[in-house]
Every structure is written in structure tokens, then in C-alpha cells.
Design a protein around this ligand. Structure first.
Ligand code: SF4
Length: 266
């Protein structure tokens, strides 16, 4: 049974848990005070546009149509960065085509919304009883009762973190939604590196016995981290924080006057 402090902030998601653990003040700006992001970082805009292009292309739009629509709202510099990242899309699609030929795909899931209640039973994404939820970038349900879950990442790899740690939430959500599945494959599409990395396959028992309890513990840790108010936790992530302009800690960090000590005794 989750704690009251965890229930107060439900529904949780992977990014919400990560934000609470990284900086409680940022969490409060976003989820407690519900302040709209004052600025959207270029990395976030480009990442969103790449996701959009991949989604439309997977749903049947031509690559040109998908990219033209997705990059339309970016400024000139962001469009150049989008174009550089987007050059990896055809290679990804061709690899996906070959992969699909080798396996009997029962269903393709693109930007697929999943949600569970606190007891990890399935519910609707926008339902009031949703406790944890997420949108799966791409998934394939195969006729042999296995599933492949893939997350597109436009950022850099986080040193020391495993694919399973990063995608544990999707594994828990899809295990609840597709109860007949016996084998789960978790993968990350590193867009900038044009690489797809897969973790060893996971059985539903592992999700039930290990990943689900870890996920619930992480939610509790996140709820505890934000329970004593909007405490700031500054770090390198402040430079990419959408709320940095209104955060006093960031202002101190960024605009602190440089002390000048004159050691010349003359
Ligand atoms: S600027 Fe840094 S300390 Fe301030 S809210 Fe953002 S992440 Fe937290």
C-alpha cells in the first residue's frame, strides 16, 4: 500500500520520479504550483520534434512529410540540429524493417499510453485512479507471446545506468497490460548514435518479483524527497532547467558577482 505522500502526487511517471529525486524545487514548480514552463530548452524541443517525426513516419507518413512537419516549429539553429539527428531515421527504419521480417508481429504499438493503479492493475491513462503511467515510444507484440519495448533517446547515455533500470517502468506497465506475454525485450534507440541497444530478455516473474517492487520503492523515495517542501538541489542540470529564470538558487549560482582580491600590496 503506497504512503499518503506518494498518493498525493499520483499519477507518477518515470520523468516525474526522476525530477523529484533530482530537484524538489523543480518538482514543486512543475507539479505542485503547476507553473507552465517559462522557457523550453532547445534540447527538449529538438528531442520532442525527433520523437514526433519518428512517430509519424512509423504511422505511415513519408520521411520528408514527417520531418517537415516535426521541424516546422523549430528555429533555424534548432532545425540544423534536428537535421543532423534526423539523418539516423532512415537507417533505424531499415533495421526495423529487417527485424520485422524475421519475427511474426501481431501488433505494432506507437506512442502507446499505459497506466496502472496502486495495486498494479490496469487502468486508463487519464483515469483518476492511475498511480503510475507512461507513454511507450514503440512496441511490438509478437505471435510467440513476446514483446519488444523500445524507447527513443536523443540525449547522451547516462554512465553506469542499465537499460533495464531506465525502462523498468515500461516493463511493469506492459506486464500489467499484456498478461499473456512470457518474454519482454527492452531496448533503447540512441538516435544520435544511430544505435539500438537491447538488454537480455526478462520473464514476467522477474518483473513481478524485482522490477515492480523497485519501481514502487523509487516512487516512495521520490515522494519522500519532495515531502519537506521546495528544497533546491543545484547541479549541472540547472543549466538545462526550464524554470532557472525564476529559481533563486539558480540566480545565485549564475549571477553571483565575482569577488576580486587584489594581492598587489603596492
Ligand atoms: S535551477 Fe536548479 S535548483 Fe533551481 S529549480 Fe531548476 S534544477 Fe532546481
Amino acid at each position: 500500500m503506497p504512503s499518503t505522500r506518494a498518493l498525493i502526487h499520483a499519477p507518477w511517471s518515470a520523468s516525474k520520479v526522476a525530477m523529484a529525486l533530482r530537484c524538489p524545487r523543480l518538482f514543486h514548480f512543475r507539479y505542485v504550483d503547476k507553473i507552465r514552463e517559462p522557457e523550453v530548452m532547445p534540447e527538449a524541443k529538438i528531442g520532442k520534434a525527433i520523437h514526433k517525426a519518428l512517430e509519424s513516419h512509423l504511422m505511415g507518413a513519408t520521411l520528408t512529410e514527417a520531418c517537415d512537419t516535426a521541424r516546422a516549429d523549430l528555429d533555424e539553429t534548432e532545425q540544423l540540429r534536428f537535421d543532423a539527428l534526423g539523418t539516423g531515421i532512415p537507417a533505424f527504419m531499415s533495421r526495423l524493417g529487417q527485424f520485422r521480417k524475421r519475427r511474426r508481429v501481431a501488433r505494432q504499438l506507437v506512442e502507446y499510453s499505459l497506466a496502472v493503479r496502486e495495486d498494479l492493475t490496469v487502468t486508463q491513462f487519464y483515469s483518476g485512479d492511475a498511480y503510475y503511467r507512461g507513454v511507450l515510444d514503440l512496441g511490438y507484440l509478437f505471435e510467440d507471446d513476446s514483446i519488444a519495448l523500445l524507447d527513443h533517446k536523443t540525449g547522451v547515455r547516462i554512465p553506469g545506468s542499465s537499460i533495464t533500470d531506465q525502462l523498468e517502468g515500461y516493463a511493469v506497465l506492459s506486464a500489467a497490460a499484456f498478461r499473456h506475454v512470457r518474454t519482454f525485450w527492452l531496448g533503447i534507440h540512441w538516435v544520435a548514435e544511430r544505435a539500438v541497444e537491447w538488454a537480455p530478455s526478462i520473464a514476467p516473474e522477474t518483473i513481478h518479483d524485482r522490477l515492480a517492487p523497485t519501481l514502487l520503492d523509487n516512487i516512495e523515495a521520490a515522494a519522500l524527497a519532495v515531502s519537506d517542501g521546495p528544497r533546491t538541489n543545484t547541479g549541472t542540470w540547472c543549466d538545462r532547467c526550464s524554470y532557472r529564470g525564476m529559481c533563486p538558487a539558480s540566480r545565485e549560482l549564475r549571477y553571483e558577482p565575482v569577488e576580486w582580491y587584489d594581492d598587489d600590496e603596492d
